[in-house]
Write a protein that binds this ligand. Sequence first.
Ligand SMILES: [Ca+2]
Length: 505
Amino acid sequence: MRTVWLLLAAAAALSAEPAGGTSCESLSKLALPHTAITDAQVVAAGEFVAPAGRGPAPSFKDVPSFCRVKATLTPSADSDIKIEVWLPVSGWNGKFQAVGNGGWAGIISYGPLGAAVRRGYAAASTDAGHVGGSASFALGHPEKLTDFAYRAVHETTVAAKAIIANFYGNGPRYSYWNGCSTGGRQGLKEAQRFPTDFDGIIAGAPANYQMHLHVWSVAVAHAMHKEPGSYIPPEKYPAIHKAAFEACDSLDGLKDGLIQDPTRCHFDPKVLECKDADSPACLTEPQVEAARKLYAPVKNSRTGVEIFPGMEPGSELGWAGLAGPNAAAVATDTFTYLVYKDPGWDWHTLNPDTDTARADKNDKGLIDAIDPNLKPFFSHEGKLIMYHGWSDPLIAPGNSVNYYGSVAKKMGGASKTADEIRLFMVPGMGHCGGGEGPNTFDMVSALEQWVEQDHAPEQIIASHSQNGTVDRTRPLCPYPQVARYKGSGSIDEAANFTCATPTAP
Ligand SMILES: [Ca+2]
């Protein structure tokens, strides 16, 4: 009997047919609304090779065997949403994880798909409805813009859940969203607009106030190029960075190369003004003015109302992202293709006062995801983890603090929302990762414990590595708490820190 059972089990494994489900190949015949499944094939363990994309190709060597389903979704006549759903052939953890995009997308997120399958998840990703990394797709294609704004993610989620249910014979026990940057925006949009799609959402460094974010991004370039002498060449970044730390590192009570709460740091780059000849160690007068503008929020010059927060002290080494020789294309695209619909639009002509209003009016909340009312998501028992690097040079981290604050305010105060939304600010981390601070952490486990065991994250351990060796660990704390040194033991070990509410300065 036992031999027969083993043979049957072996046969089932070979045909990739889970008990109660269907075979991988037969998913290609699955009929779903406005969905064409174009391919369904088993990929052997470690055999996946990502199509040539942007940036370095991730490794899939340790990704177990999965059923790879490709589909095209057409919720509108002009839609062309490509999706992939990856289903572990064995060892499925019974859960679903949808992974987010970056920038203007136009590409499937293969690396994060592999990471989810490695953990036993059935996973899904979309290209957000078009091919290519710019917003040029939107010219003359309002339906494709809607797909990018929110529809591609929602439709991917609906289709993926149906594909999962067919393959395994039952749907996922829990569904999660995991994204950063545009993926953070997508996660917040889901929480706001489709509150029952996910049980838990991880929204990192969200580009959720995209209209204002992109006004700020171009304003950073304006500050750098106000006059020929304003531009700060990257060889001067280290000197500014060092001066910022000299001014602020100790403010949190510990000189450790990290600024726990940069909002308490009032660093004036004037201290670096050249006394003699210009050199990489000092700033000329126009460069001092340019640096001051980078640290300041961009405001409406008439009303004084803040449009978007500024760079934080500590972010200097990454300034080239927005403060380079030209404005960043990811930001100018919003005005070129969405607001002015003019490929010849010149970023030098941006007027923060009038163009912010114009962009808001044009968007009407389509792409922007700033609705603070998460009551429906919370009523669905949804949990939301936000995180943002304090040294993020591409999306000012104050934006996450602002959105978190707006939700707390809408829901009646931070104490009322602590069981549903927590924000983890990451000292010394750049945009979605990198940087001098502990920048590697496991938000997925924290979210699983919160959703599945009602164990809210009191702290999340982050680590920093150099040449593959961990050289520092620290707790990340739910905002507004910060990690405080207990007073003894190594400052590179998380155990010697506790999360505490900062005392008034
Ligand atoms: Ca410090």
